[in-house]
Design a protein around this ligand. Structure first.
Ligand SMILES: Nc1ncnc2c1ncn2[C@@H]1O[C@H](COP(=O)(O)OP(=O)(O)OP(=O)(O)O)[C@@H](O)[C@H]1O
Length: 271
């Protein structure tokens, strides 16, 4: 069976320039091979600088691999074809307010994704934006709002709307919910689980939170200094971790316990 996503020996090197000195080559990601099935959620964990965001950016097409290939449904993704990528793989950024244009209404920002990725007429775009706002627990009236008129949780819902509006196959979220208040974060995670069920989207989460990862992920990838340390099903990694780093990352959770809040209700309430 064709895998949804396949990374084959994907690596990333950066050159750090220091004044007049020759550039120093930094390996952000050593050749990485992994697969993801449709509807599955992958969590990427590791210490600071271990290469988590690099993997997220490579999958989302925000960076080009130094070596290797990325396949979606068996089709090679061309690193230069951003249009091909942005239709099927969407990214949710960490700072939702900064990723939204403060001078443009929510409706227009969501329509822009449709303009770029679909052939819908302006009327169809408007209807689709309204529908998507409802899907993420917002109101049609929010179409006319500017980002600063929304709470941080509502802004995050807009970012999720912008990601799902083109019916993607994969959403990559890089520490997207870290700055949210724990109860709002629980609502957002429940929203994502509901959307995943409804739309069969695969999620790739970069997260430091063992609680979130245990709650949402089917597979976990542990990284250290750009190298894969361990990769496997969440259940196996939890019950039989092979590496000390896996044990440490999955045991430790300094953030609030999201699980209790998330398991109490799967809702799309507004905050
Ligand atoms: N654009 C860039 N230019 C140069 N070096 C980079 C760039 N992006 C990342 N790096 C380097 O690549 C390595 C991996 O960075 P990456 O951001 O992927 O780590 P991370 O695990 O996401 O860290 P964090 O948890 O702090 O976000 C680091 O050494 C970082 O300094």
């Amino acid at each position: 069976m064709t895998k949804l996503l396949e990374l084959k020996n994907v690596s990333k090197y950066y050159v750090h320039k220091d004044g007049w000195l020759p550039g120093r080559k930094i390996c952000a990601l050593e050749p990485l091979t992994l697969t993801l099935e449709r509807g599955e959620t992958l969590a990427i964990m590791g210490e600071t600088g271990s290469g988590k965001s690099t993997i997220a950016k490579l999958i989302a097409g925000a960076e080009k691999p130094s070596t290797g290939e990325i396949y979606l449904n068996g089709q090679l993704l061309d690193p230069r074809n951003y249009r091909q990528r942005s239709r099927h793989i969407r990214m949710i950024f960490q700072d939702s307010l900064r990723s939204l244009n403060p001078q443009t209404t929510i409706g227009r920002q969501l329509s822009e994704a449709l303009l770029f990725n679909t052939t819908l007429t302006s009327e169809e775009q408007r209807d689709h934006v309204m529908l998507t706002l409802r899907k993420v627990g917002l109101l049609p009236d929010h179409y006319h709002f500017y980002p600063h008129m929304l709470s941080s949780g509502q802004q995050q819902r807009v970012c999720i709307a912008r990601a799902i509006i083109v019916d993607p196959q994969i959403i990559v979220a890089d520490e997207a919910f870290v700055s949210l208040d724990p109860s709002i974060r629980a609502q957002i995670i429940n929203l994502i689980l509901d959307l995943q069920e409804d739309m069969s989207i695969s999620f790739i989460f970069v997260s430091h939170s063992a609680e979130i990862v245990k709650h949402v992920a089917d597979k976990i990838l542990i990284m250290h200094h750009g190298k894969l340390v361990e990769f496997g099903s969440t259940q196996t990694m939890m019950l039989q971790p092979q590496e000390q780093l896996t044990r440490l990352l999955l045991q430790t959770d300094l953030q609030n316990n999201v699980t209790a809040a998330t398991s109490s209700s799967h809702s799309t309430t507004q905050e």
